[in-house]
Design a protein around this ligand. Structure first.
Ligand code: HEM
Length: 331
């Protein structure tokens, strides 16, 4: 055999080997790289272990119905049934415990100079409406959402499977429909309070002075202090994240597949739990934690001494504006 014939035969053998391997691969796996469940060389072990998933071929238009098994689903199930429950419980119970501790150590932050009896408008009616629209829908979304996470282990043993099923169905509708009110409130709040939540130089001074938590000092602040700005920006970001992921869940498989749905659910649940922890802190400061704060969103008016101690720059601006208005009216 000549050298040329020898090389030609080796090349032919290699080609044959390549074609056989490729056809075996094509037989084992479909065009998308997923195992072919009907191939004769596919065994059960391989089907159970293979990633990304096991998908067959179907004639009906609902392509997702062709997925026979999706191993990522087991990871997701572990997240939902174990990690989320324990992690979520830790975050929520931990936050409540920290706030209780703060109350025990610091007590209620009082108006140091006492009430002056004179008040100033802090939030107009429309601003309060937007706040309460968002707050009430947030609480409804939080309670009905937490029922999805914890209801099976906390509520079902108490009320029994039938009642739990009815409660969960109603809760699900409440969660779905309240989302629109929440999004409306979120957009309105974002726009209304945007300007007053931009960072300013006074925020640095506020931190330097201990943020008002050192009893002998009053930290300077404009309409909102740095702590409130922190809550505002985190709420805008978290509100956006739960809304986007929530609508992906609410309208399943519109441009998304099962993997996208799982990611959306994980993002929604994790952000929602952290968001609940943040708002628990916000509710604490606005009610139990600080004397005179709730009135701002209740009646809309705060005591002048409260304003002087917590938002001195804002009070000075408001009083100056008031003086200008009364001078203009007198002229
Ligand atoms: C536009 C806003 C929102 C929309 C469209 C939305 C939608 C959804 C949907 C469709 C689900 C799945 C329910 C199910 O599996 O039956 C869900 C779950 C959940 N949502 Fe929301 N949601 C929104 C806002 C919120 C907010 C603000 C919170 C927190 C206060 C929240 C907390 C939760 C929780 C904890 C779950 C359960 C997660 C789980 O365990 O799987 N959601 N949401």
């Amino acid at each position: 055999m000549t050298a040329f014939a020898c090389i030609r035969n080796i090349a032919f053998l290699l080609m044959l080997l390549g074609v056989t391997t490729a056809s075996a691969f094509a037989q084992k796996f479909g065009p998308d790289g997923a195992p072919n469940p009907t191939a004769s060389v596919t065994d059960q072990k391989m089907l159970l272990e293979q990633a990304p998933r096991i998908q067959g071929r179907i004639d009906i238009p609902d392509v997702k119905a062709s997925v026979l098994m999706q191993p990522m689903g087991r990871t997701w199930d572990y997240f939902h049934e174990v990690l989320l429950r324990w992690g979520g419980a830790l975050v929520i119970v931990g936050t409540v415990a920290m706030l209780a501790l703060a109350y025990l150590i610091m007590g209620r932050l009082r108006i140091e100079a006492g009430r002056s009896g004179q008040t100033i408008v802090r939030f107009k009616a429309f601003e309060r409406f937007c706040h309460w629209l968002t707050a009430v829908s947030f609480v409804l979304l939080g309670l009905t959402g937490l029922n999805v996470t914890f209801g099976k282990v906390l509520l079902r043993p108490l009320v029994g499977p039938e009642l739990f099923s009815d409660i969960s169905q109603i809760a699900k509708y409440v969660h779905n429909f309240t989302s629109f009110a929440f999004l409306t409130g979120l957009v309105l709040i974002t726009v209304l309070f945007f300007k007053d939540n931009l960072l300013r130089k006074v925020d640095i001074d506020w931190v330097r002075q201990g943020g008002g938590f050192i009893k002998s000092k009053h930290a300077p602040a404009g309409r909102f202090n740095l702590g409130e700005k922190f809550v505002y920006w985190l709420s805008v970001a978290a509100g956006l994240a739960v809304s986007v992921s929530g609508f992906v869940l609410l309208f399943p498989f519109y441009g998304t597949d099962i993997a996208d749905m799982q990611i959306a659910q994980i993002a929604h649940a994790v952000v929602a739990i952290l968001f609940i922890a943040l708002i628990l802190g916000h509710i604490y400061i606005g009610t139990l934690g600080m004397e005179g704060a709730f009135e701002a969103m209740g009646t809309g008016e705060v005591d002048i001494n409260w304003a002087r101690e917590h938002h001195d720059r804002w009070l000075t601006e408001k009083l100056a504006e008031g003086r200008q208005t009364s001078v203009a009216q007198a002229e």
